[in-house]
Design a protein around this ligand. Structure first.
Ligand code: IVH
Length: 709
């Protein structure tokens, strides 16, 4: 037996096919269907269904072209027969004339705010208070079920439906009086104008509450488009959503990529579900998007695990969340608990640590990277963000600074998210004293003094001097790093010393170092010198992809290096490959292919490779590096969970590496988990893995597994 969803999809698809052939038979301007009313109703039904598949379920079942044909035909029929127009038609989402001001609307029941919990202890205290408040209804060992939902960082709206049709949409305002934004909300495609029939009788009139927001991916594209048109970008998705929703001209809102998740019902003059988890299910049945991440818990422990998991995994979502909202599941218990001042006792917001803070930008310095890119960096008055002290942050490039008019001395907003480097988001212009200094890129390289240039299509300025010491120091550091040749004891301090003292001026020089050379340097005794040389000696046997990574060829990181090694047996072969040939490699694009090819065109580089080979450094593919088909990898079919931050990979990269080998990554430890990869500062998942006896891998173990051992 097919599921009801599958049956309905089948039915709607067959109606879609029927309509499409009807349109085809009549041609765009052919005769109208004998009963235009039925035809129009049919088209609307079918289009609504496909809107839902596309905007709510993110799983369309027809092509964009087919959809466009249905839509254009409906539009054409409505134009020809004005008496068939209807407010809830999918064609009626376009907006209309601008308003002078928003009308105020009084909420029939106030939109409450939430009290906060900042840690596990607060959460436990809230749960206890609820239990005590329900003492007449709960026995000591009865569970108190709760629903936990992600707290979307957007704007609260209240949508009123009468006879299944959207009649008003209002902002939260001060909780009692909001603004009428109905015409703007109508343009949000994931908000139904007309509701689906559900199993239950729909109340004649009721209110749906939820959050309007902008997806991160849509926000980035939207901001880029704004910048290209010379308009000011928004600081974050929340501001972009707020700015878009509060537009007096609904045609502007219609062009903004807004989205919506429903999370509750307000006043209703009919039946409503008895629990929060049923409410979410009901809302989904009516055609609302509900996010799909909510979970139902009967114990505090599991609830706390959910909160901690999402605090850690928030970056894996395409939208911003700032916490978890926990609600007593039973609506009856909610009534018993009631509200205090303007927050319900039956709900709490478990807030994640803030990731933004303001501080003073005391200076802007520039760093030279190993490719010669000159990067501006912010020097900050130290500030605590999410448990870490931040005193430096990236400013990306000169355009980033000038576009945002960031000045030295400014109070700035600094953001630290997940495992990315902290960044300066924007200046707080209102906090200016007038003493702030504008900044400009220096004309010469801070390391070698040669002129710096900006190449067409590049955001960065570059020092192109081949003998720039700063570039070489960065290269040496990178070469020895754990993601490349992994030379024990050779970190950034020693790289500076070796380069500045002139004992190492090419990568090949490393392999010519003697104990005597090292003993001349500050801080070196016999033992330390021998240890370093042992480390250097050992690196000669490293797999080829590590050597390639270490050479610092632009655009060639670990992944590209692996791909090269899968296709060629030696560095020699790679050096002889033509650009087109390199481009044919799966996962190597034209930019990387050109970069590899150009690198080997430079005489000094060819010579370097030759010297390294003579000095005994492995330049051939090792057996363990031979291409493995996914099914041969020990990772194939295994389920991984990641916790804490890894040194060599971002979360995304680690996930890619696993998936390329046929494994999969999930968000939490369960009976199906095979491995937990443990990074720095692991979260509660580590304990969960240990409790279940899941194999815990260090980053080293993980890399070894990726490398096939
Ligand atoms: S319930 C009485 N659930 O957080 C319950 N609110 O202070 C009131 N929010 O701006 C809200 N996601 O719009 C609830 N799943 C969720 C939510 C959520 C985001 C927002 C809400 C309001 C704030 C609550």
């Amino acid at each position: 037996m097919n599921s009801p969803v599958a049956q309905r999809t089948d039915e709607m698809l067959s109606r879609t096919r029927e309509l499409l052939s009807h349109i085809e038979a009549n041609g765009a301007s052919g005769t109208l269907f004998s009963d235009p009313e039925t035809l129009v109703a049919n088209l609307r039904d079918v289009i609504r269904f496909h809107d839902r598949r596309y905007y709510v379920k993110d799983d369309p079942v027809i092509t964009d072209g087919e959809y466009d044909r249905l839509f254009a035909y409906l539009q054409q029929l409505e134009d020809a027969r004005p008496e068939l127009r209807d407010d809830t038609s999918p064609t009626q989402r376009v907006g209309g004339a601008p308003l002078d001001a928003f009308e105020k609307v009084r909420h029939p029941e106030p939109l409450l705010s939430l009290s906060n919990a900042f840690d596990a202890e607060d959460l436990a205290a809230w749960y206890d208070r609820c239990r005590r408040g329900l003492s007449g209804h709960l026995e000591a060992d009865d569970p108190l079920p709760v629903s936990a939902e992600l707290k979307i960082d957007g704007l609260a709206v209240a949508l009123t439906y009468r006879s299944g049709r959207l009649i008003t949409a209002a902002t939260r305002g001060d909780g009692r009086v909001g603004e009428n934004i109905t015409r703007n909300v109508r343009t949000i495609r994931s908000i139904p104008l007309k509701l689906e029939d559900s199993d239950r009788d729909m109340p004649e009139q009721f209110e749906v509450r939820g959050e309007v927001f902008m997806r991160r991916s849509r926000f980035e594209a939207f901001n880029k488009a704004l910048e290209e048109r010379g308009e000011k970008p928004f600081a974050n998705p929340r501001n972009a959503a707020a700015g878009s929703l509060r537009q007096l001209d609904p045609t502007v809102t219609a062009e903004r990529p807004l989205d919506f998740f429903a999370y509750g019902v307000g006043p209703s003059n009919g039946w409503i579900p008895e629990s929060q988890h049923q409410t979410l299910k009901w809302l989904s049945d009516l055609g609302f998007p509900v996010g799909g991440k909510a979970e139902y818990f009967e114990s505090l422990d599991a609830l706390q695990e959910f909160c901690e998991r999402w605090a850690e995994d928030r970056d894996s979502l395409d939208y911003e969340i700032d916490g978890v909202v926990v609600k007593v599941d039973s609506v009856e218990y909610q009534r018993v608990l009631g509200t205090i001042s303007n927050a319900p006792r039956w709900a709490v917001a478990y807030k994640f640590p803030a990731r933004e803070a303001t501080t003073t930008l005391t200076d802007i310095i520039v760093n030279v990277g190993r490719t010669g890119a000159i990067k501006p960096e912010a020097v900050l008055a130290p500030v605590h963000i999410g448990g870490v002290t931040v005193s430096q942050a990236t400013l990306h490039n000169a355009d980033y600074i000038s576009d945002r008019d960031i000045r030295i001395g400014d109070t700035v907003v600094v953001k630290r998210a997940g495992d990315v480097i902290p960044q300066v988001v924007r200046p707080v212009v209102d906090a200016r004293s007038g003493e702030e200094q504008e900044w400009s890129m220096p004309d010469v390289c801070p390391s070698c003094g040669s002129e710096i240039i900006r190449l067409p299509d590049e955001a960065d300025y570059f020092c192109v001097a081949s003998d720039c010491p700063a570039q070489f120091i960065r290269l040496l550091e990178h070469f020895a790093s754990r993601s490349a040749m992994d030379i024990e004891g050779l970190g950034s301090k020693l790289a500076v010393l070796l380069a500045e003292e002139g004992v190492v001026s090419t990568l090949a020089d490393l392999y010519r170092l003697t104990v005597d050379d090292l003993l001349q340097l500050e801080g070196f005794a016999q033992k330390k010198a021998e240890n370093l040389l042992d480390g250097i000696e050992a690196s000669k046997e490293q797999p080829l992809h590590r050597l390639i990574t270490g050479l610092g060829i632009r655009h060639v990181g670990r992944d590209a290096a692996m791909r090269l090694v899968h296709n060629y047996e030696s560095l020699q072969e790679i050096s002889e490959a033509g650009r087109e040939e390199l481009e044919m490699i799966d996962g190597i694009g034209p930019v990387t292919a050109e970069s590899v090819h150009d690198w080997f065109e430079i005489e000094e580089n060819v010579q370097l490779v030759e010297e390294l080979r003579h000095l005994g450094v492995n330049t051939k593919r090792l057996a363990q590096e031979a291409p493995v088909t996914a099914s041969e990898s020990p990772i194939a079919g295994a389920t991984f969970v990641l916790t804490g931050s890894l040194e060599r990979f971002t979360r995304k990269e680690a996930k890619q590496e696993i998936e390329q080998r046929g494994g999969k990554v999930t968000g939490s430890v369960s009976g199906n988990t095979d491995f937990l990869v443990r990074g720095e500062n692991p979260g509660s998942k580590l304990q969960a893995a240990e409790d279940r006896g899941v194999t815990v891998l260090s980053e080293e173990d993980f890399v070894a597994l990726l490398d096939g051992s």
